[in-house]
Design a protein around this ligand. Structure first.
Ligand code: BES
Ligand code: ZN
Ligand code: ZN
Length: 500
Protein backbone atom coordinates (compact mmCIF):
# COMPACT_ATOMS: atom_id res chain seq x y z
CA UNK A 1 0.00 0.00 0.00
CA UNK A 2 1.09 3.56 -0.69
CA UNK A 3 0.56 6.24 1.94
CA UNK A 4 0.25 9.85 0.73
CA UNK A 5 -0.27 13.20 2.37
CA UNK A 6 -2.50 15.39 0.22
CA UNK A 7 -4.28 18.72 0.44
CA UNK A 8 -7.09 17.86 -1.93
CA UNK A 9 -9.71 15.23 -1.50
CA UNK A 10 -9.96 12.74 -4.30
CA UNK A 11 -10.74 9.40 -2.67
CA UNK A 12 -13.93 7.45 -3.26
CA UNK A 13 -14.27 6.88 0.43
CA UNK A 14 -13.49 9.38 3.13
CA UNK A 15 -13.09 8.63 6.82
CA UNK A 16 -13.86 11.56 9.09
CA UNK A 17 -12.70 11.13 12.67
CA UNK A 18 -14.91 12.83 15.25
CA UNK A 19 -14.14 13.44 18.93
CA UNK A 20 -16.89 13.38 21.51
CA UNK A 21 -16.22 16.94 22.72
CA UNK A 22 -17.71 20.45 22.68
CA UNK A 23 -17.29 20.75 18.91
CA UNK A 24 -19.35 17.65 18.16
CA UNK A 25 -22.64 19.43 17.37
CA UNK A 26 -20.99 22.09 15.16
CA UNK A 27 -18.97 19.48 13.32
CA UNK A 28 -22.01 17.32 12.68
CA UNK A 29 -24.10 20.23 11.43
CA UNK A 30 -21.30 21.20 9.01
CA UNK A 31 -21.14 17.66 7.67
CA UNK A 32 -24.92 17.52 7.44
CA UNK A 33 -25.13 20.68 5.37
CA UNK A 34 -22.24 19.57 3.12
CA UNK A 35 -24.00 16.38 2.12
CA UNK A 36 -27.55 17.70 2.39
CA UNK A 37 -29.03 15.77 5.27
CA UNK A 38 -30.82 16.93 8.39
CA UNK A 39 -28.42 17.87 11.20
CA UNK A 40 -30.83 16.75 13.94
CA UNK A 41 -31.07 13.26 12.41
CA UNK A 42 -27.33 13.00 12.25
CA UNK A 43 -26.95 14.13 15.86
CA UNK A 44 -29.49 11.55 16.93
CA UNK A 45 -27.77 8.68 15.15
CA UNK A 46 -24.13 9.46 15.87
CA UNK A 47 -22.71 10.10 19.32
CA UNK A 48 -18.99 9.75 18.45
CA UNK A 49 -18.44 6.94 20.96
CA UNK A 50 -15.06 5.26 20.51
CA UNK A 51 -15.33 2.75 17.64
CA UNK A 52 -18.80 3.96 16.62
CA UNK A 53 -18.90 4.13 12.84
CA UNK A 54 -21.61 5.64 10.65
CA UNK A 55 -21.74 5.33 6.87
CA UNK A 56 -23.16 8.29 4.95
CA UNK A 57 -23.83 8.26 1.22
CA UNK A 58 -23.22 11.44 -0.71
CA UNK A 59 -23.07 12.66 -4.27
CA UNK A 60 -20.96 15.64 -3.38
CA UNK A 61 -17.87 15.86 -5.62
CA UNK A 62 -16.01 12.59 -6.23
CA UNK A 63 -16.46 11.09 -2.84
CA UNK A 64 -19.42 8.72 -2.64
CA UNK A 65 -19.15 7.46 0.87
CA UNK A 66 -18.21 9.11 4.11
CA UNK A 67 -17.60 7.13 7.25
CA UNK A 68 -17.85 9.04 10.48
CA UNK A 69 -15.47 7.45 12.93
CA UNK A 70 -16.19 8.07 16.61
CA UNK A 71 -13.05 8.65 18.68
CA UNK A 72 -14.73 8.94 22.07
CA UNK A 73 -13.59 11.61 24.53
CA UNK A 74 -10.19 13.12 23.71
CA UNK A 75 -7.53 11.32 25.69
CA UNK A 76 -4.74 9.00 24.77
CA UNK A 77 -3.42 8.94 21.21
CA UNK A 78 -3.05 5.13 21.37
CA UNK A 79 -6.85 5.02 21.58
CA UNK A 80 -7.09 6.95 18.32
CA UNK A 81 -4.91 4.27 16.72
CA UNK A 82 -7.20 1.58 18.15
CA UNK A 83 -10.24 3.25 16.52
CA UNK A 84 -8.62 3.41 13.08
CA UNK A 85 -7.39 -0.14 13.46
CA UNK A 86 -10.86 -1.31 14.28
CA UNK A 87 -12.30 0.65 11.35
CA UNK A 88 -9.88 -0.81 8.79
CA UNK A 89 -10.39 -4.30 10.17
CA UNK A 90 -14.18 -4.12 10.14
CA UNK A 91 -14.69 -2.47 6.76
CA UNK A 92 -11.67 -3.75 4.80
CA UNK A 93 -13.74 -5.96 2.49
CA UNK A 94 -15.97 -3.05 1.51
CA UNK A 95 -13.26 -0.45 0.99
CA UNK A 96 -12.09 0.63 -2.49
CA UNK A 97 -8.45 1.00 -3.57
CA UNK A 98 -8.29 4.65 -2.47
CA UNK A 99 -9.32 5.63 1.00
CA UNK A 100 -8.85 9.06 2.49
CA UNK A 101 -8.68 10.13 6.10
CA UNK A 102 -9.85 13.70 6.57
CA UNK A 103 -7.65 15.51 9.08
CA UNK A 104 -8.34 19.06 7.87
CA UNK A 105 -10.00 20.01 11.15
CA UNK A 106 -6.78 19.40 13.11
CA UNK A 107 -3.75 21.65 13.48
CA UNK A 108 -0.21 21.79 14.80
CA UNK A 109 0.85 19.07 17.23
CA UNK A 110 -2.57 17.45 17.37
CA UNK A 111 -2.54 17.17 13.58
CA UNK A 112 0.84 15.38 13.63
CA UNK A 113 -0.30 13.01 16.35
CA UNK A 114 -3.56 12.26 14.55
CA UNK A 115 -1.67 11.69 11.30
CA UNK A 116 0.72 9.24 12.96
CA UNK A 117 -1.95 7.23 14.74
CA UNK A 118 -4.49 7.26 11.88
CA UNK A 119 -1.83 5.91 9.52
CA UNK A 120 -0.64 3.32 12.02
CA UNK A 121 -4.17 2.20 12.83
CA UNK A 122 -5.30 1.92 9.21
CA UNK A 123 -2.28 -0.24 8.38
CA UNK A 124 -2.54 -2.42 11.47
CA UNK A 125 -6.25 -3.01 10.87
CA UNK A 126 -5.32 -5.01 7.79
CA UNK A 127 -3.11 -7.36 9.81
CA UNK A 128 -4.09 -10.97 9.50
CA UNK A 129 -2.54 -14.12 10.89
CA UNK A 130 -3.56 -15.88 7.68
CA UNK A 131 -0.86 -14.20 5.63
CA UNK A 132 1.63 -15.60 8.10
CA UNK A 133 0.98 -19.08 6.76
CA UNK A 134 1.14 -17.93 3.14
CA UNK A 135 -2.54 -17.15 2.44
CA UNK A 136 -3.35 -13.94 0.57
CA UNK A 137 -6.67 -12.25 -0.02
CA UNK A 138 -6.65 -11.36 -3.71
CA UNK A 139 -10.14 -9.93 -3.77
CA UNK A 140 -9.46 -7.20 -1.27
CA UNK A 141 -8.76 -3.83 -2.91
CA UNK A 142 -7.68 -1.69 0.03
CA UNK A 143 -4.34 -3.00 1.22
CA UNK A 144 -3.31 -4.38 -2.20
CA UNK A 145 0.08 -3.33 -3.58
CA UNK A 146 -1.06 -0.24 -5.48
CA UNK A 147 -3.88 0.81 -3.19
CA UNK A 148 -3.66 4.19 -1.51
CA UNK A 149 -4.18 5.58 1.93
CA UNK A 150 -4.56 9.34 1.56
CA UNK A 151 -4.05 11.49 4.60
CA UNK A 152 -5.85 14.74 3.83
CA UNK A 153 -4.60 17.88 5.53
CA UNK A 154 -5.09 21.65 5.07
CA UNK A 155 -3.80 23.59 2.08
CA UNK A 156 -0.13 23.64 3.02
CA UNK A 157 1.19 20.15 3.62
CA UNK A 158 3.57 20.58 6.45
CA UNK A 159 6.80 18.68 6.75
CA UNK A 160 5.91 17.63 10.28
CA UNK A 161 2.81 15.82 9.03
CA UNK A 162 4.74 13.94 6.34
CA UNK A 163 7.21 12.95 9.04
CA UNK A 164 4.42 11.84 11.39
CA UNK A 165 2.77 9.77 8.67
CA UNK A 166 5.97 7.96 7.84
CA UNK A 167 6.62 7.36 11.55
CA UNK A 168 3.13 5.87 11.89
CA UNK A 169 3.78 3.67 8.89
CA UNK A 170 7.22 2.48 10.03
CA UNK A 171 6.04 1.72 13.56
CA UNK A 172 3.05 -0.23 12.24
CA UNK A 173 5.30 -2.31 9.98
CA UNK A 174 7.70 -3.04 12.85
CA UNK A 175 4.85 -3.77 15.26
CA UNK A 176 3.36 -6.26 12.78
CA UNK A 177 6.73 -7.90 12.12
CA UNK A 178 7.01 -8.56 15.87
CA UNK A 179 3.42 -9.85 15.94
CA UNK A 180 4.29 -12.25 13.13
CA UNK A 181 7.18 -13.69 15.13
CA UNK A 182 4.98 -14.22 18.19
CA UNK A 183 2.04 -15.65 16.22
CA UNK A 184 4.25 -18.10 14.37
CA UNK A 185 3.63 -21.74 15.44
CA UNK A 186 6.29 -23.31 17.65
CA UNK A 187 7.44 -25.74 14.95
CA UNK A 188 8.20 -22.78 12.65
CA UNK A 189 10.35 -21.00 15.19
CA UNK A 190 12.50 -23.34 17.25
CA UNK A 191 15.69 -21.50 18.32
CA UNK A 192 17.54 -21.89 15.01
CA UNK A 193 14.55 -20.91 12.87
CA UNK A 194 13.67 -17.93 15.04
CA UNK A 195 17.29 -16.79 15.12
CA UNK A 196 17.39 -16.92 11.31
CA UNK A 197 14.24 -14.84 11.01
CA UNK A 198 15.58 -12.33 13.51
CA UNK A 199 18.96 -12.13 11.76
CA UNK A 200 17.16 -11.34 8.50
CA UNK A 201 15.12 -8.55 10.09
CA UNK A 202 18.20 -7.15 11.84
CA UNK A 203 20.12 -7.02 8.58
CA UNK A 204 17.21 -5.36 6.74
CA UNK A 205 17.26 -2.61 9.37
CA UNK A 206 21.02 -2.20 9.43
CA UNK A 207 21.39 -3.62 12.95
CA UNK A 208 24.61 -5.42 13.81
CA UNK A 209 23.80 -8.99 14.84
CA UNK A 210 25.75 -12.07 15.84
CA UNK A 211 24.60 -15.53 16.80
CA UNK A 212 26.23 -17.36 19.70
CA UNK A 213 26.15 -21.08 18.94
CA UNK A 214 25.78 -23.88 21.49
CA UNK A 215 29.57 -24.29 21.55
CA UNK A 216 29.99 -20.56 22.29
CA UNK A 217 27.45 -20.78 25.11
CA UNK A 218 29.46 -23.67 26.59
CA UNK A 219 32.69 -21.69 26.33
CA UNK A 220 31.08 -18.66 28.00
CA UNK A 221 29.64 -20.80 30.79
CA UNK A 222 25.98 -20.07 30.04
CA UNK A 223 24.92 -23.25 31.76
CA UNK A 224 21.48 -22.03 32.80
CA UNK A 225 20.49 -21.20 29.21
CA UNK A 226 21.90 -24.54 28.04
CA UNK A 227 20.06 -26.40 30.82
CA UNK A 228 16.66 -25.06 29.74
CA UNK A 229 17.21 -26.25 26.17
CA UNK A 230 18.79 -29.60 27.00
CA UNK A 231 15.51 -31.52 26.64
CA UNK A 232 15.02 -30.22 23.10
CA UNK A 233 16.58 -31.54 19.89
CA UNK A 234 17.09 -27.87 18.98
CA UNK A 235 19.99 -26.49 21.01
CA UNK A 236 19.83 -23.15 22.81
CA UNK A 237 21.32 -20.10 21.10
CA UNK A 238 21.88 -16.47 21.94
CA UNK A 239 21.31 -13.61 19.54
CA UNK A 240 23.51 -10.57 20.20
CA UNK A 241 22.46 -7.18 18.79
CA UNK A 242 24.21 -3.83 18.57
CA UNK A 243 22.93 -0.47 17.36
CA UNK A 244 24.73 2.87 17.38
CA UNK A 245 28.42 3.45 17.86
CA UNK A 246 30.24 3.15 21.14
CA UNK A 247 30.23 6.62 22.69
CA UNK A 248 33.52 8.22 23.74
CA UNK A 249 34.29 8.90 27.41
CA UNK A 250 32.79 12.41 27.44
CA UNK A 251 29.80 11.62 25.22
CA UNK A 252 26.32 11.80 26.70
CA UNK A 253 24.87 9.20 24.33
CA UNK A 254 22.80 6.86 26.51
CA UNK A 255 23.85 3.20 26.43
CA UNK A 256 20.98 0.80 27.09
CA UNK A 257 21.14 -2.97 27.42
CA UNK A 258 18.02 -4.96 26.53
CA UNK A 259 17.49 -8.63 27.36
CA UNK A 260 14.42 -10.44 25.97
CA UNK A 261 13.07 -13.85 26.98
CA UNK A 262 13.11 -16.08 23.92
CA UNK A 263 11.52 -19.36 24.96
CA UNK A 264 10.27 -20.54 21.57
CA UNK A 265 7.85 -22.96 23.23
CA UNK A 266 7.24 -23.55 26.92
CA UNK A 267 5.77 -26.97 27.74
CA UNK A 268 6.85 -26.41 31.34
CA UNK A 269 9.40 -29.21 30.95
CA UNK A 270 9.20 -32.10 33.44
CA UNK A 271 7.06 -29.83 35.66
CA UNK A 272 4.69 -29.99 32.69
CA UNK A 273 1.90 -27.47 32.16
CA UNK A 274 -1.76 -28.54 31.90
CA UNK A 275 -2.67 -29.19 28.25
CA UNK A 276 -5.57 -26.71 28.14
CA UNK A 277 -4.25 -23.52 26.51
CA UNK A 278 -0.70 -24.88 26.26
CA UNK A 279 -0.75 -23.88 22.57
CA UNK A 280 -0.50 -20.24 23.69
CA UNK A 281 2.98 -20.94 25.01
CA UNK A 282 4.32 -20.34 21.50
CA UNK A 283 4.14 -16.71 22.64
CA UNK A 284 6.80 -17.21 25.32
CA UNK A 285 9.26 -15.30 23.15
CA UNK A 286 7.23 -12.08 23.26
CA UNK A 287 10.04 -10.36 25.17
CA UNK A 288 12.55 -11.37 22.50
CA UNK A 289 10.27 -9.95 19.78
CA UNK A 290 9.91 -6.70 21.75
CA UNK A 291 13.69 -6.32 22.04
CA UNK A 292 14.27 -6.88 18.33
CA UNK A 293 11.35 -4.57 17.48
CA UNK A 294 12.82 -1.83 19.68
CA UNK A 295 16.12 -2.13 17.83
CA UNK A 296 14.28 -1.92 14.51
CA UNK A 297 12.35 1.16 15.61
CA UNK A 298 15.46 2.90 17.00
CA UNK A 299 17.33 2.15 13.77
CA UNK A 300 14.50 3.48 11.57
CA UNK A 301 14.15 6.63 13.67
CA UNK A 302 17.95 7.02 13.71
CA UNK A 303 17.73 7.52 17.46
CA UNK A 304 20.97 8.90 18.94
CA UNK A 305 21.42 6.07 21.47
CA UNK A 306 23.58 3.00 21.75
CA UNK A 307 21.70 -0.27 22.25
CA UNK A 308 23.07 -3.66 23.20
CA UNK A 309 20.73 -6.63 23.00
CA UNK A 310 20.96 -10.17 24.31
CA UNK A 311 18.23 -12.58 23.27
CA UNK A 312 18.60 -16.04 24.81
CA UNK A 313 16.65 -18.61 22.74
CA UNK A 314 15.61 -22.02 24.06
CA UNK A 315 12.83 -24.58 23.72
CA UNK A 316 11.56 -25.94 27.06
CA UNK A 317 10.64 -29.58 26.37
CA UNK A 318 9.81 -32.81 28.16
CA UNK A 319 12.43 -35.48 27.47
CA UNK A 320 14.75 -38.02 29.05
CA UNK A 321 17.55 -35.51 28.72
CA UNK A 322 15.57 -32.59 30.18
CA UNK A 323 16.42 -30.95 33.52
CA UNK A 324 14.48 -32.35 36.49
CA UNK A 325 13.16 -30.75 39.68
CA UNK A 326 15.97 -30.83 42.20
CA UNK A 327 18.77 -30.67 39.62
CA UNK A 328 21.54 -28.22 40.42
CA UNK A 329 22.92 -26.25 37.48
CA UNK A 330 25.58 -23.58 36.96
CA UNK A 331 25.17 -20.16 35.38
CA UNK A 332 27.21 -17.51 33.61
CA UNK A 333 27.50 -15.46 36.81
CA UNK A 334 29.15 -18.39 38.59
CA UNK A 335 26.20 -18.79 40.96
CA UNK A 336 24.68 -22.29 41.19
CA UNK A 337 20.92 -22.77 40.95
CA UNK A 338 18.67 -25.52 42.30
CA UNK A 339 15.87 -26.05 39.78
CA UNK A 340 12.76 -26.55 41.92
CA UNK A 341 10.33 -26.11 39.03
CA UNK A 342 11.34 -26.62 35.39
CA UNK A 343 8.44 -24.37 34.37
CA UNK A 344 10.24 -21.41 35.95
CA UNK A 345 12.64 -21.54 32.99
CA UNK A 346 12.41 -17.93 31.83
CA UNK A 347 14.36 -16.62 34.81
CA UNK A 348 17.10 -19.18 34.09
CA UNK A 349 17.75 -18.03 30.54
CA UNK A 350 17.39 -14.36 31.53
CA UNK A 351 19.90 -14.88 34.35
CA UNK A 352 22.56 -15.77 31.78
CA UNK A 353 21.45 -13.02 29.39
CA UNK A 354 21.67 -10.34 32.11
CA UNK A 355 24.98 -11.56 33.51
CA UNK A 356 26.59 -11.91 30.08
CA UNK A 357 25.41 -8.51 28.83
CA UNK A 358 26.54 -6.62 31.96
CA UNK A 359 29.91 -8.34 31.96
CA UNK A 360 30.52 -7.58 28.27
CA UNK A 361 29.19 -4.03 28.00
CA UNK A 362 28.05 -2.62 31.33
CA UNK A 363 25.35 -0.29 29.89
CA UNK A 364 24.04 2.81 31.76
CA UNK A 365 20.58 1.25 31.87
CA UNK A 366 19.72 -2.45 31.83
CA UNK A 367 16.19 -3.64 31.04
CA UNK A 368 14.85 -7.16 30.63
CA UNK A 369 11.44 -7.87 29.17
CA UNK A 370 9.77 -11.25 29.49
CA UNK A 371 6.54 -13.25 29.55
CA UNK A 372 7.70 -14.41 32.95
CA UNK A 373 4.85 -15.35 35.28
CA UNK A 374 1.15 -16.20 35.41
CA UNK A 375 1.28 -14.45 38.78
CA UNK A 376 1.54 -10.96 37.26
CA UNK A 377 -1.67 -11.67 35.31
CA UNK A 378 -3.48 -12.77 38.48
CA UNK A 379 -2.29 -9.57 40.16
CA UNK A 380 -3.00 -6.85 37.59
CA UNK A 381 -4.72 -8.57 34.65
CA UNK A 382 -4.22 -7.60 31.04
CA UNK A 383 -4.18 -3.79 31.21
CA UNK A 384 -0.58 -3.29 32.26
CA UNK A 385 2.70 -5.14 32.48
CA UNK A 386 4.52 -5.50 35.79
CA UNK A 387 7.38 -3.10 36.50
CA UNK A 388 10.08 -4.28 38.90
CA UNK A 389 13.07 -2.15 39.80
CA UNK A 390 14.81 -0.96 42.97
CA UNK A 391 15.71 2.29 41.15
CA UNK A 392 12.97 4.89 41.74
CA UNK A 393 14.10 7.29 39.00
CA UNK A 394 14.14 4.49 36.43
CA UNK A 395 10.76 3.30 37.69
CA UNK A 396 9.27 6.74 37.09
CA UNK A 397 10.78 7.12 33.61
CA UNK A 398 9.48 3.71 32.55
CA UNK A 399 6.08 4.35 34.12
CA UNK A 400 5.81 7.66 32.23
CA UNK A 401 6.83 6.01 28.96
CA UNK A 402 4.08 3.45 29.58
CA UNK A 403 1.43 6.12 30.06
CA UNK A 404 2.57 8.11 27.03
CA UNK A 405 2.81 5.12 24.70
CA UNK A 406 -0.42 3.49 25.86
CA UNK A 407 1.58 0.37 26.78
CA UNK A 408 1.10 0.75 30.50
CA UNK A 409 3.29 -0.45 33.35
CA UNK A 410 2.47 -0.82 37.01
CA UNK A 411 5.17 -0.91 39.72
CA UNK A 412 5.62 -3.68 42.32
CA UNK A 413 7.72 -3.53 45.51
CA UNK A 414 11.24 -4.95 45.40
CA UNK A 415 11.93 -5.14 49.15
CA UNK A 416 14.67 -7.46 50.33
CA UNK A 417 12.17 -9.68 52.18
CA UNK A 418 10.72 -10.89 48.88
CA UNK A 419 14.02 -12.52 48.00
CA UNK A 420 14.64 -14.40 51.24
CA UNK A 421 12.71 -17.52 50.19
CA UNK A 422 15.06 -18.11 47.26
CA UNK A 423 17.79 -19.55 49.51
CA UNK A 424 18.65 -23.15 48.71
CA UNK A 425 20.21 -25.89 50.85
CA UNK A 426 22.29 -27.26 47.98
CA UNK A 427 22.98 -24.25 45.73
CA UNK A 428 23.41 -20.47 45.87
CA UNK A 429 19.77 -19.95 44.88
CA UNK A 430 16.66 -21.86 43.93
CA UNK A 431 14.51 -20.87 40.96
CA UNK A 432 11.17 -21.04 42.80
CA UNK A 433 10.22 -20.34 46.42
CA UNK A 434 7.69 -23.18 46.41
CA UNK A 435 5.13 -20.82 47.92
CA UNK A 436 2.10 -19.79 45.87
CA UNK A 437 2.35 -16.09 46.66
CA UNK A 438 3.90 -12.96 45.14
CA UNK A 439 5.55 -15.17 42.52
CA UNK A 440 6.07 -12.34 40.04
CA UNK A 441 8.04 -10.42 42.69
CA UNK A 442 10.19 -13.36 43.79
CA UNK A 443 10.92 -14.01 40.09
CA UNK A 444 12.17 -10.41 39.81
CA UNK A 445 14.23 -10.82 43.00
CA UNK A 446 15.76 -13.97 41.49
CA UNK A 447 16.80 -12.00 38.38
CA UNK A 448 18.30 -9.23 40.51
CA UNK A 449 20.96 -11.74 41.62
CA UNK A 450 22.31 -11.88 38.07
CA UNK A 451 22.57 -8.18 37.23
CA UNK A 452 26.03 -7.85 38.84
CA UNK A 453 24.47 -5.24 41.13
CA UNK A 454 23.70 -2.97 38.22
CA UNK A 455 22.46 0.34 39.70
CA UNK A 456 19.87 1.03 36.95
CA UNK A 457 18.15 -2.25 36.14
CA UNK A 458 14.44 -2.93 35.53
CA UNK A 459 12.50 -6.09 34.78
CA UNK A 460 9.23 -5.91 32.82
CA UNK A 461 6.88 -8.90 33.17
CA UNK A 462 4.70 -8.83 30.05
CA UNK A 463 3.00 -12.24 30.50
CA UNK A 464 -0.45 -10.61 30.37
CA UNK A 465 0.34 -8.24 27.53
CA UNK A 466 2.25 -10.04 24.77
CA UNK A 467 -0.62 -12.22 23.64
CA UNK A 468 -4.34 -11.68 24.08
CA UNK A 469 -7.85 -11.45 22.74
CA UNK A 470 -8.09 -9.31 19.63
CA UNK A 471 -10.72 -8.23 17.12
CA UNK A 472 -8.86 -9.74 14.21
CA UNK A 473 -8.52 -13.35 15.40
CA UNK A 474 -10.74 -16.05 16.84
CA UNK A 475 -8.18 -17.25 19.34
CA UNK A 476 -5.66 -15.12 21.20
CA UNK A 477 -3.06 -13.30 19.19
CA UNK A 478 0.14 -11.30 19.48
CA UNK A 479 0.19 -7.60 20.32
CA UNK A 480 3.82 -6.58 19.80
CA UNK A 481 3.67 -5.00 23.29
CA UNK A 482 6.88 -3.39 24.46
CA UNK A 483 8.21 -1.79 21.29
CA UNK A 484 6.30 1.49 21.53
CA UNK A 485 6.92 1.53 25.29
CA UNK A 486 10.69 1.08 25.01
CA UNK A 487 10.91 3.50 22.08
CA UNK A 488 9.15 6.17 24.19
CA UNK A 489 11.53 5.43 27.06
CA UNK A 490 14.57 5.79 24.78
CA UNK A 491 13.22 9.01 23.29
CA UNK A 492 12.80 10.28 26.85
CA UNK A 493 16.47 9.52 27.57
CA UNK A 494 17.54 11.39 24.45
CA UNK A 495 15.41 14.40 25.41
CA UNK A 496 16.78 14.40 28.94
CA UNK A 497 20.32 14.25 27.58
CA UNK A 498 19.59 17.25 25.37
CA UNK A 499 18.30 19.26 28.34
CA UNK A 500 21.44 18.74 30.42
N1 BES B 1 5.89 -18.70 30.37
C1 BES B 1 5.37 -18.85 31.67
C2 BES B 1 4.58 -17.64 32.17
C3 BES B 1 3.32 -17.28 31.43
C4 BES B 1 2.09 -17.67 31.91
C5 BES B 1 3.37 -16.49 30.30
C6 BES B 1 0.94 -17.33 31.25
C7 BES B 1 2.21 -16.13 29.64
C8 BES B 1 1.00 -16.54 30.11
C9 BES B 1 6.51 -19.10 32.67
O1 BES B 1 7.61 -19.75 32.17
C10 BES B 1 5.94 -19.97 33.76
O2 BES B 1 5.53 -21.05 33.46
N2 BES B 1 5.92 -19.46 34.99
C11 BES B 1 5.41 -20.17 36.10
C12 BES B 1 6.37 -19.95 37.26
C13 BES B 1 6.10 -20.82 38.42
C14 BES B 1 6.42 -22.25 38.12
C15 BES B 1 6.96 -20.34 39.58
C16 BES B 1 4.04 -19.61 36.45
O3 BES B 1 3.85 -18.40 36.36
O4 BES B 1 3.15 -20.40 36.75
ZN1 ZN C 1 7.47 -21.87 32.19
ZN1 ZN D 1 7.98 -19.49 30.12
Amino acid sequence: MIVKVLDQKTPDVLVVPVFQDDHLATQLSQIASQIGVDAKCLEQDFKAEAKEFLLLYTNAAKTQKIYLAGLGKPGRMSEVRAVFRSFAYRFQKKLPAKVGVDLRQFHDQQLSQMAEEATGGMLMGLYSTESLMGKTNKEQKFGAAKSELQILVGAAVEKSVTHAVSRGEELAIINMAAMDLVNLPGNYKHPRLLANRMLKLASAYGIKAKLLEESDLKKEGMDALLAVGQGSPHPSLMLWLEYGTKPGKKSKTPVVGLVGKGVTFDTGGISIKPSASMQFMKSDMGGAAAVLGTFMAAARMKLPVRLIGAIPLAENMVDGTAIKPGDVIGSHSGKSIEVIDTDAEGRLILADGLSYLTQKENPDTLIDIATLTGSVIRAIGVNAAGLFTPNDALSRSLYDAGMKSGEQLWPFPMWEAYGSDLKSDVADLKNFTGKPMAECISAAKFLENFTREHPRWAHLDIAGMAFGDAEHTKAKSATGYGIRLLLKFLEGLVEKGAEE
